[in-house]
Design a protein around this ligand. Structure first.
Ligand code: ZN
Length: 457
């Protein structure tokens, strides 16, 4: 590895200049007028992959933006990594809030400023440089690598599912590696191993067939808003437990070891609540804030509509009421099962005086990669070397739909090797990549392929 690391040290300028060229292409996937830029960006990446010695490099057309694939499979008996990333970026608007042109990368202080610098071009590029170092110095990679870099991540990966379905064989691997998220904190690298899933529901109630005068009719007819509030109010009890029957049946309890590891994270409880203008945090009894955020399921009313909400007063008993409800789910809850349990519960709570409609707005599966998976161990060793500091293990409260897709369609676990910072401003003006993390990230990636290569397939 000495030769690989010293090659990378000698390549820092080239690595940075290459990334800048990548960032100059305005690959904004949501804007139709950038369509040609996305093709150009895909070709730029493909040319680079060919140049470093990756094989079977292809720019695969889809009905949207192309997917770039490549592989290097010359390590029989070694594991295979599927590296996923995206070359498309969020729009840069509002341009006037940028201190410099979002598509003309500049360095200020320790940061490289440009749209896509962290999300995700910089984090893709660091893997490209790591692979280049192995290929140049040793003529081979320590593991088998397949790459899949899409151009539609910022527009819901519209064509990825179909692509995965129809290319299962070509995408066979042992693990997916993604560098597209943020570290736990400044100077605190982390490895992500779990994400929550979701079920999103809408409840509609109808009482009387028209809005009624609350004086003439009030007291003798059902009020859908009152009924809906009462129903929703029953869904979480005084201990913060969700009362949907069967809701917790499949929840994987946190082990003693994992709880200890989450408790050891440097989490600023007061700062967390303070930044939100709250006197303190709240939630399910018996769990810490991080456990509530990452490893316990939720049920939240996202919005309610009905009746009179204008200025002043108007006396009315509304005919209809509606609420949107999201449930964040954890391993091993099945979102479809939960969605149906929710619907059954709504119907059981509703009195016969109202008509009930429950709409299912979509689900996403929670994911969990075993913390003792060899790729997780390899990532731990690699980041420790790259950063000179051990990473912490974190879950994420949100979801990354592609991770669930890889698990569902390809049956693969995912390791999140994050090199962004919490304030990198991905999706916002003045997005930046902390350059020390770019170089540490390159070294960490190079070490990852080396360390994971020590495992026999
Ligand atoms: Zn991203």
């Amino acid at each position: 590895m000495d030769n690989v690391i010293s090659y990378l040290e000698g390549q820092r300028t080239q690595a940075l200049e290459g990334l800048k060229d990548f960032l100059r292409i305005p690959s904004v996937s949501t804007h139709p007028h950038h369509r040609e830029d996305l093709r150009r960006c895909a070709r730029f990446l493909a040319d680079e992959l060919k140049r470093i010695g990756m094989q079977n490099v292809a720019v695969n057309p889809t009905s949207g933006h192309p997917i770039v694939t490549a592989d290097w499979l010359g390590a029989p008996g070694r594991p295979t990594v599927l590296l996923y990333g995206h070359y498309d970026v969020q729009p840069a608007e509002p341009f006037e809030l940028w201190e410099s042109d979002p598509f003309d990368p500049v360095i200020r202080g320790d940061n490289l400023y440009a749209r896509g610098s962290t999300d995700d071009k910089g984090q893709v590029w660091l893997h490209v440089k790591a692979l280049e170092a192995h290929l140049r110095e040793n003529g081979r990679l320590p593991v088998n690598v397949r790459m899949l870099i899409e151009g539609e991540e910022e527009v819901s990966s519209e064509n990825l599912e179909a692509y995965l379905e129809s290319h299962r064989e070509e995408l066979g691997a042992d693990v997916v590696v993604i560098s597209d998220t943020s570290m736990f904190d400044y100077e605190q690298p982390s490895i992500g191993y779990a994400l929550r899933g979701m079920a999103y529901m809408e409840v509609r109630l109808e009482g009387p067939n028209k809005d009624l005068h609350s004086g003439v009719y009030g007291g003798a007819v059902p009020n859908p808003l009152n009924v809906l509030s009462e129903m929703l109010g029953k869904m979480v009890d005084g201990d913060g437990r969700i009362t949907v029957p069967g809701f917790y049946d499949d929840v994987l309890p946190l082990g003693v070891e994992e709880r200890a590891s989450l408790a050891a994270l440097p989490f600023d409880e007061e700062g967390f609540a303070g930044r939100l203008g709250l006197p303190g945090s709240t939630g399910e009894k018996g769990y810490s804030t991080l456990e509530r955020l990452w490893a316990r399921p939720t049920l939240d009313v996202n919005g309610m509509l009905g009746g009179f909400t204008g200025e002043g007063s108007k006396t009315v008993i509304p005919s209809k009421a509606m609420a949107k409800v999201s449930m964040r789910l954890v391993p091993n809850q099945d979102p479809e099962r939960i969605a149906h349990a929710f619907e059954d519960y709504v119907r059981s709570l509703a009195p016969p005086t109202v008509k009930v409609e429950v709409i299912h707005h979509g689900t996403g599966k929670p994911v969990l990669t075993a913390r003792d998976h060899p790729a997780v161990t390899a990532a731990h060793q690699a980041i420790t070397r790259g950063f000179g500091k051990e990473p912490v293990y974190i879950r994420e409260g949100g979801s990354i739909p592609v991770v669930a897709m890889f698990e569902e369609i390809l049956g693969l676990p995912t390791v999140l090797m994050a090199f962004g910072l919490p304030d990198c401003d991905a999706h916002a003006p003045n997005e930046k990549f902390h350059l020390p993390n770019f170089y540490r990230g390159i070294d960490s990636a190079a070490w990852f392929y080396e360390e994971y290569g020590r495992y026999a397939d």
